[in-house]
Each structure stands twice: as structure tokens, then as C-alpha cells.
Design a protein. Structure first.
Length: 306
């Protein structure tokens, strides 16, 4: 079992065959969405969807070879595209199929379990992470072992939220995270130091002029710009990194859901994880006041995205 954490919310009435008999589905699904949006991690001790054992074994066996999966492998559902894999055409087709099926299975699970989101999710990338997290040599801003909140440089959300599903497929080893808490508390402590006010006021006049002229604005929103800065600021901040953290252990074949833009996190150790990302629009949220964009807008007193 994972170690006790005030951010961990274990789900016991949803499993690989769906909701347990007698469950009040609408009430429970709404509660689980609200818990997620407020900064809880939904934990499933057993796989809450069907995923063939042979697919797990195939991914792990390819990674052990050391030459096939030398970095994270990504699957992009919108384009049916695999990235980061090097191997034979047959091996690539098999891995492509496994990640496509994982993405579909997780999507069906999330929409069935979190019914307020059904039909509203934007499917983002899936990934397989075969590398042991402990001791990875990465640039500071890309290090997974430094606590941070997520922001995507190439895929701005304009205030939509980043929901991620993780599955530990290592046969014996737990995946260990630490967390520095949820977004509201971090923003109250560090957003001003990270420059929220300057991001909130930057280029507002230019934006109004361009918009009035009918010129499309292709730059990212001020919210996205600040969240990228906040991601880097937290990783750079030794006071924050060295402060008190909670440790969470995710056993083999467990799955967890978390808004990674709203829960600070770092992967300390673990190997062989699968992950699927969803972008959740604001109009799908059940606790909109807990969305990071709303927290920041209430602090600076102005809108951060069109």
C-alpha cells in the first residue's frame, strides 16, 4: 500500500469491470472530480481497466535490451504517431499498437469513472517511460526529481487543466513521488516572487490594439507564460526544494489520476511507467474556483487568458 498522504484519495468502488454494484455513480463521479480539482490524487490499487499482461511484458522486455527504448516513448493519438522508439518495423508496430490500446483503455476508464468530463476531454499525448528515474542526468528544468507543477511549452492550455493518468507497470518496484502540496498554497507563497504581477500586466495594451485591428494573436496567454515561469521558478528555488515534502509510493500495477498543473510533484525513483494526458476545458470542471487560472486571477485582479 502507498504511504499515508493527505493528498492521496483511494478509490475502492471502481475497478477493471467498472463501477461496483450499488454505487451511486453520479454522486461518486462528481465527488471524485471535485477531489481531483481540489488537489487530491485518485489512487487505484489495481488496474481500473483491462490491459493485457503480454503487452506489459513486451514493453518491459524491449526496454531491457537497452537499444530499443533508450528514452521516453510518446504516442500522439490525434496523428496516430509514435515518437522516441528505435527498432525493427515489426517491433515499432507492436509498441505503437500497445500504446494506442493503452490510450484508448485509459480514455474509456476516465470517461466512465469521471462522468462529468465525458465527451469534453481533449486527448493529449500518451507515453512510456522505461528509464529509471533515480539518478537521471537531465538539465535542471527537465529534471523529474525536482518538485514542480506542469506547464507545456509547445501546447499552451489558456486556462484549461492538465489531467494525467499514470500506471506503474514495473513487476516488482514501487514508483516513488514526493509532493510539496497543492497549487493554491504554493501560489500564495511563491507567485508574487515568480513575477505574477509583471506577467499579468505585460503587453495588455498591445494585445488590445492588435485585437481591435482584427489581427490574430498567436502568442500564448499570460496564464501560460506565467505557468511556464512558475514551473522553472519552483525547480530553481532551493528553499522550496529543501522544504518539507510528502512521500507517496505507487505499487506495481497501480494507477493514479492527478491534475499535475495543480499538485506539485516529483518522481524520485521508479521505472516502467505508462501515462496518458488529458486537457480538461474550464466548462467541464465541477470546482472551477480551484483551477490554477482562477486562483491566479483572484490574486492579481485581472484576466490572464482571453
Amino acid at each position: 500500500m502507498p504511504q499515508s498522504s493527505s493528498l492521496l484519495f483511494e478509490v475502492s468502488d471502481y475497478g477493471r469491470n467498472g463501477w461496483a454494484a450499488g454505487s451511486d455513480v453520479n454522486s461518486r463521479a462528481h465527488q471524485y472530480c471535485a477531489e481531483l480539482e481540489r488537489g487530491q490524487i485518485l489512487f487505484f490499487a489495481q488496474l481500473p481497466f483491462k490491459f493485457p499482461k503480454e503487452d506489459v511484458e513486451y514493453l518491459i522486455s524491449r526496454a531491457y535490451s537497452g537499444s530499443k527504448l533508450h528514452k521516453n516513448v510518446s504516442y500522439r493519438p490525434a496523428k496516430q504517431m509514435l515518437r522516441g522508439f528505435s527498432g525493427s518495423r515489426e517491433e515499432e508496430a507492436r509498441v505503437h499498437g500497445i500504446l494506442r490500446n493503452y490510450s484508448a483503455a485509459v480514455t474509456n476508464f476516465v470517461e466512465s469513472c469521471l462522468t462529468p468530463y465525458s465527451g469534453k476531454l481533449k486527448l493529449d499525448f500518451a507515453s512510456f517511460r522505461p528509464i529509471e528515474e533515480e539518478g537521471r542526468d537531465l538539465p535542471l528544468h527537465k529534471r523529474n526529481d525536482l518538485v514542480h507543477v506542469d506547464a507545456f511549452p509547445s501546447r499552451p492550455t489558456a486556462g484549461a487543466r492538465i489531467l494525467r493518468a499514470f500506471t506503474n507497470i514495473h513487476p516488482t518496484k514501487t514508483r516513488i513521488w514526493i509532493t510539496g502540496g497543492e497549487f493554491r498554497r504554493l501560489a500564495e507563497r511563491y507567485a508574487a516572487d515568480a513575477g505574477l504581477e509583471s506577467f499579468a500586466s505585460a503587453r495588455s495594451g498591445l494585445r488590445r490594439v492588435l485585437s481591435g485591428l482584427g489581427i490574430p494573436l498567436t502568442c500564448r496567454s499570460r496564464y501560460d507564460e506565467f505557468m511556464l515561469r512558475f514551473h522553472d521558478f519552483l525547480k530553481e528555488n532551493s528553499e522550496f526544494q529543501e522544504g518539507e515534502k510528502q512521500r507517496i509510493e505507487f505499487p506495481p500495477m497501480s494507477t493514479w489520476l492527478v491534475y499535475t498543473d495543480g499538485v506539485s510533484h516529483a518522481a524520485i525513483s521508479g521505472q516502467f511507467a505508462l501515462e496518458q494526458t488529458f486537457i480538461v476545458p474550464q466548462d467541464a470542471l465541477v470546482s472551477i474556483e480551484d483551477a490554477p487560472i482562477r486562483v491566479l486571477e483572484s490574486m492579481c485582479g485581472r484576466p490572464l487568458a482571453a
